[in-house]
Design a binder for this molecule. Structure first.
Ligand code: FES
Length: 632
């Protein structure tokens, strides 16, 4: 994409208008250098186009429609991903088309991340001791005998701490007026020896914080009441950085190759957060200035981008991050719309590819209290694994690829409305679709893909090596209802999950041989990583007491299917449990408890990171882990 970008001619600019396909819907306009791609214009306009490959032209997801007058035939790269009906409608790939003069582009309806939310968990079994404390103060009124400054008389009333309170200019600027207007009765808001705010009167009952989980795909925000620890609201949005690619490597290269890339990606995530914060505050009738602390987790790249720190050197070996410790900055520094003086803490991370989200998973999984051998697995575009036992914590990560999130799969999509999420194959195919009552089928998400491949294997449609037989005679044993679903598409086998009559796109929704291969590569990387950790800790499958699956994916994955395709070690399904959005829960725990916050640092430091690319036996383990049938 950057090469295309470099072709842009900054001397001439063009106006690009994006229109929703339904009449009367929103329009977005942006001015960009001539020669920019439509995808770059979309990113600049804040329009979220799916772009799993980050603009390399290899995912076919960034489809838009051109007006008739602007159509100039189809590029060879496009014809790989577009059928004749789509081409006739004027569909093109946004990353492959440059804009030389003013242009209007129609967006194809793309449902946003469907919020498959879990119940808000209100209970917590740790001490409520947030960093943020509120103190109602009756400040001494000055007189000729007491001529201390306003700052001195205020801080003298705050509970004694080891260090003096840091002077805060922005608070001091308004302090004389606030004290006198409130007849010297105020509430002081503190975080250790930082004074964050002085509010007139008694505001002890209004104290809020945010837990933020910055996923590569989805950004989630929780609003918590710091007085009682209750979760008051939760919001999720697709990470708007998607325009720069579905995976972290695409985003790193976007930053490396585009001078404004870092600022652009940072402001995109901050804007998404501000939108959710404003929405939550409106709904709950809360003043955003009463939000004093936000604790964020994310993978190492997301943490760097959130803080506006260049992630370039995370991409090449030795994958070194800029920082590993917990980082706290003022909200105003990031542009986060809570109290300007409020604090934003990013939890510590372990390594270039084991981020603070994994530390959040460790906190929520209480790994410091676990007895026996426990494996924690968090699967997203990256797979992070933690093996706990014998007094040690081992971590590793694998570039699982975005297959588990539906990217790089012919009809793959995120877990959104219209996505197949469950597949059963008996005499024929039975599907469960997210929001099925609302419309037709649009594609398949990660949990549906795992189910589909597991069921195809069990039904004898694919072999243990993951191959669909070339000859239909090999499928003779299948009932006709299944046999007719095995198609030959230009020499490549495909299995039809949903016929075009059921599909929103007007095409059969299929699983291709290439999709199965992509899933095998992804699951092989995860399983090989787990086996390396087991070897390094010296444990066997029978030693594993429990496998904890974290993340939204872990919530929805079918355990039997995960075992059938050999994604996890072959333990009994009863030993596998889902621990929900553990990364987000970890952020909540650190927000509500200084003990948990300190524990995050302890766990990050105790974790021993195994860099798989440096492990001699990883390649062999990976090759062994590719087959669906796994016996150990
Ligand atoms: S093909 Fe355009 S972003 Fe992937």
């Amino acid at each position: 994409m950057s090469k295309e970008y470099n072709k842009a001619n900054p001397a001439k600019t063009v106006k690009v208008t994006f229109k929703e396909s339904k009449p009367g819907e929103k329009e977005y306009q942006v001015t960009v250098p001539a020669g920019s791609t439509i995808l770059q214009a979309a990113i600049a306009a804040g329009v979220h186009l799916q772009s799993a490959c980050g603009g390399k032209g290899t995912c076919g997801k960034c489809r838009v429609i051109l007006e008739e007058k602007d159509r100039r035939g189809t590029l060879p790269e496009e014809s790989k991903y577009l059928n004749s009906e789509q081409i006739a409608k004027g569909t093109v790939l946004a990353c492959k088309r440059t804009v030389e003069s003013d242009l209007t582009v129609f967006l194809i309806e793309q449902k946003d991340a469907y919020d498959r939310k879990t119940e808000l968990e209100a209970e917590h079994d740790y001490d409520l001791s947030p960093l943020i404390q509120k103190h109602v103060l009756q400040v001494d009124i000055p007189n000729t005998q007491d001529q201390r400054s306003d700052w001195e008389r205020l801080t003298a009333k705050l509970p004694a701490i080891k260090k003096p309170f840091n002077f805060n200019r922005s608070i001091a600027a308004k302090l004389p007026q606030i004290l006198r207007a409130a007849s010297y009765q105020v509430t002081g808001v503190t975080a250790g020896n930082e004074l964050l705010a002085v509010e007139p009167g008694d505001t002890r009952n209004s104290s809020y914080g945010l837990a933020i989980d910055i996923g590569t795909t989805t950004v989630v925000v929780y609003l918590l009441n710091l007085i009682n620890g209750k979760i008051m609201a939760r919001r999720a949005l697709t990470n708007p950085q998607q325009g720069a690619g579905a995976d972290v490597l695409s985003r790193i290269s976007y930053v490396t190759e585009n001078p404004a890339g870092l600022t652009q990606l940072q402001s995109q995530v901050i804007e998404a957060l501000n939108q959710m914060i404003a929405d939550i505050c409106r709904e709950k009738g809360i003043n955003p200035e009463h939000i004093y602390h936000a604790v964020a987790v994310g993978n190492t790249t997301m943490s760097h981008l959130f803080l506006g720190i260049d992630p370039t050197y995370l991409a090449p070996a030795p994958f070194v991050p800029c920082f590993r410790q917990a980082v706290t900055v003022k909200a105003a520094e990031l542009g986060l719309k809570i109290l300007d003086n409020g604090l934003v803490t990013v939890l510590p991370l372990v390594a270039g590819y084991v981020g603070s989200d994994t530390v959040g998973v460790m906190l929520a999984g209480k790994v410091d209290e676990l007895q026996g051998i426990h494996l924690l697995v968090d699967i997203g575009t990256n797979g992070e694994m933690v093996l706990v036992g014998k007094g040690r914590i081992l971590t590793c990560s694998t570039a699982a690829g975005p297959a588990f999130e539906g990217a790089g799969i012919k009809f793959g999509m995120r877990a959104a409305e219209g996505a197949i999420e469950r597949v059963r194959i008996n005499k024929d195919v039975e599907l469960e679709v997210i929001g099925q009552d609302k419309g037709k089928i649009r594609g398949i998400c990660g949990s549906g893909l795992i189910d589909a491949v597991a069921q195809m294997y069990k039904a004898g449609i694919i072999t243990a090596e993951g191959r669909m037989p070339n000859s239909l005679s090999n499928l003779a044993k299948l009932p006709p209802s299944l046999r007719r679903r095995v198609l030959n598409n230009n020499g490549y086998r495909e299995f039809v999950l949903a016929w075009k009559e059921q599909s929103a796109t007007g095409e059969n929704i299929t699983i291709t041989q290439k999709d199965i291969r992509a899933l095998q590569l992804a699951k092989g990387a995860v399983l090989a990583g787990i086996r390396i950790l087991m070897k390094r800790l010296g444990v066997k499958i029978e030693d594993i007491d429990q496998i904890h699956l974290a993340g939204a994916f872990g919530n929805y994955i079918n355990k039997e299917s995960a075992l059938t395709i050999g994604l996890l070690p072959q333990v009994s399904p009863s030993k596998i449990k889902s621990i929900g959005n553990a990364a987000g829960n970890g952020a909540q725990m650190a927000l509500l408890s200084t003990v948990e916050m300190a524990k995050a640092t302890f766990l990050a430091q105790k974790a021993e990171h195994i860099e798989l690319s440096a492990e001699k036996d990883f390649q062999d383990e990976f090759l062994n882990a590719l087959a669906l049938e796994q016996n150990y």
